[in-house]
Design a protein around this ligand. Structure first.
Ligand SMILES: [Zn+2]
Length: 435
C-alpha cells in the first residue's frame, strides 16, 4: 500500500516537473493576455528592459520574456503599451478609504458607517485609477473597511487589494477617541480600550469582525481635539500586550506615533510599523533599525494642508507645529537607513493624489528615485506580508501592472499621471479597460 502510494507520488511529481519545464502551454480554457511593454522597469534592480512581454493568465503573471520570443496565439488578448514604461502597481500602506477630506467638526460628528461605506466605494476606485493596486487601510468607522475589502474581493466594486484594520485602537481621550462632545453625550470612539484586559479584548474583537491587522494610537495626533502629538498615549505594557496577542493571532501591528517616547515604546513593544514618526529622534531611529521596524512617513499631506487646508483652530496649530519639524526628522531617519514603506494618510487630502508622496521623498528629502519607488512597491509589499503576491513583476505574482509615459526614475512625478492600470489580470484604465 505504502509502496503504491510512493510510486504514484513519484509519477505525479515527475509529471509536474515535466509540465513546469515545458514551454508555458496554456491550460485548457486558460485565456492569455499579452501585455507588450515598450520598456519594463525592474523595481528591485532599477534596470530598464526594452520590448518585454508579460503573459497574464487569470489573476497572475505566467511569464515575462523579450517580445520577440512571445508570439501571440489564437485567442490571446494583446495590449500594446509600446511607447510606455511598465512597472508594478503601486502600494500605499496608510490610507483611510472610507473617509473624506472635511475637517468641519460637525461634519465629523454626523458621519455614519453607511456614509463611510459609500465613501469607500468611491475612493477605492479613485485610488485604483491612480495606479495604486494595493492598500493597507489603517482606521475606519466600525468595520466599514472590512465590508469594502470584501466587496472589492468579490468583484462587486472596483478597488485595490486591501488589508484592513477596522477601528483604530486608542486610550480614552486620545487621538483615536472622539473628543468633540461633552460628557453628557456619552460618545466613545469605536476603538477605545484601556488597560491590559481591555486591549486584549479589543484586539480579539477586531480580529473577530474581520481585521487583517491591528492599528493603534501610540501618541497623540494632529486632527483630534485636546491631545498632544508629542505625548505618548498607550503605555509600554499595554502595547506589549497588544503586540503579543496580535502576533499570536497572525496579525501585524501598525502604530500611529508622532512623539519620540511613543515611537520608542511602540518599537520596543514590537510593532511592525511606525506611522508618521514626526518627532523621531536618535534613540528611536536606533531602536527601529535594530528591530527592522518600518517607518511610514506621511508627508505630502503637510504641503497640501499648507496650500489648501481649512482646519479648525484646535487642529491648525498642531499641524503647523508638526510640519515645522517632521520632514527634517524623517530625512535623518531615511539617511540613517531606517526601512521606509510609502504611506499617505489619504483622506486627510483628496484620494487619488497618493503618488505625490514620492515627489516629497525624492525632491524635498533627497531620497534616491529607486529607493522611493521601492518604498512604494517591494518594501510596502514586505510590510503587508505580501512579498509573494505583489510589489514586483515576476511570474506567479498577481498581474498588478501600471504604465506611465516615461521612466519614473528620471522623474517620479510621472507617477502622478498613470495611463494604464491592471489589477489581478483585469484592466481598469487604458487599453482593454472593463466597462
Ligand atoms: Zn492615518
Amino acid at each position: 500500500m505504502m509502496k503504491w502510494k510512493s510510486f504514484a507520488l513519484a509519477v505525479f511529481v515527475a509529471i509536474g516537473v515535466a509540465a513546469c519545464l515545458a514551454q508555458p502551454a496554456a491550460q485548457p480554457g486558460a485565456k492569455r493576455t499579452l501585455v507588450r511593454a515598450g520598456h519594463l522597469l525592474d523595481v528591485k534592480s532599477g534596470k530598464l528592459l526594452d520590448s518585454q512581454t508579460i503573459v497574464v493568465v487569470g489573476e497572475t503573471i505566467q511569464s515575462i520574456a523579450p517580445t520577440a520570443q512571445v508570439q501571440a496565439q489564437p485567442g490571446d488578448t494583446v495590449i500594446d503599451l509600446g511607447g510606455m514604461t511598465v512597472l508594478p502597481g503601486l502600494i500605499d500602506v496608510h490610507t483611510h478609504l472610507t473617509m473624506n477630506t472635511d475637517f468641519d467638526p460637525y461634519h465629523e460628528l454626523t458621519s455614519t458607517d453607511a456614509k463611510e461605506a459609500i465613501n469607500g466605494v468611491v475612493n477605492a476606485k479613485t485610488t485604483l485609477m491612480a495606479g495604486f493596486t494595493s492598500v493597507r487601510n489603517v482606521g475606519a468607522g466600525g468595520y466599514t473597511d472590512v465590508d469594502l475589502r470584501d466587496a472589492v474581493n468579490s468583484g462587486q466594486v472596483p478597488g485595490p487589494h486591501m488589508l484592513v484594520s477596522g477601528p483604530a485602537m486608542g486610550i480614552t481621550g486620545g487621538h483615536c477617541d472622539e473628543n468633540l462632545l461633552p460628557i453628557q453625550y456619552h460618545v466613545i470612539g469605536d476603538g477605545v480600550a484601556d488597560g491590559i484586559a481591555e486591549v486584549q479584548h479589543k484586539v480579539r474583537q477586531n480580529i473577530k469582525y474581520g481585521a487583517d491587522l491591528i492599528k493603534i494610537c501610540a501618541t497623540g495626533g494632529v486632527l483630534s481635539k485636546g491631545d498632544d502629538p508629542q505625548a505618548s498615549q498607550y503605555t509600554l505594557e499595554e502595547m506589549q500586550a497588544i503586540v503579543a496577542d496580535a502576533h499570536r493571532l497572525g496579525r501585524k501591528v501598525a502604530a500611529h506615533a508622532h512623539g519620540a517616547q511613543g515611537i520608542l515604546w511602540a518599537t520596543e513593544a514590537g510593532v511592525d510599523s511606525i506611522e508618521h514618526g514626526s518627532y523621531i529622534d536618535d534613540a528611536s531611529i536606533a531602536a527601529m533599525k535594530q528591530r527592522g521596524t518600518y517607518l511610514v512617513p506621511t508627508l505630502y499631506l503637510e504641503d497640501w494642508m499648507l496650500e489648501k487646508g481649512n482646519l479648525p483652530a484646535f487642529y491648525h496649530q498642531k499641524m503647523v507645529d508638526v510640519s515645522a519639524v517632521a520632514k527634517g526628522n524623517i530625512k535623518r531617519a531615511m539617511q540613517a537607513g531606517v526601512k521606509i514603506a510609502l504611506g499617505t494618510d489619504a483622506a486627510v487630502y483628496p484620494h487619488g493624489l497618493n503618488a505625490h508622496e514620492l515627489d516629497v521623498y525624492v525632491n524635498q528629502l533627497g531620497m534616491a528615485p529607486l529607493a522611493a519607488l521601492q518604498a512604494a512597491t517591494v518594501n510596502a509589499a514586505d510590510l503587508m506580508g505580501w512579498s509573494a503576491k505583489t510589489g514586483s513583476l515576476e511570474a506567479g505574482k498577481w498581474a498588478d501592472i501600471i504604465a506611465v509615459d516615461t521612466n519614473p526614475l528620471d522623474d517620479v512625478r510621472v507617477l502622478q499621471n498613470v495611463k494604464f492600470v491592471m489589477k489581478a489580470g483585469v484592466v481598469y484604465k487604458g487599453q482593454g479597460a472593463v466597462q
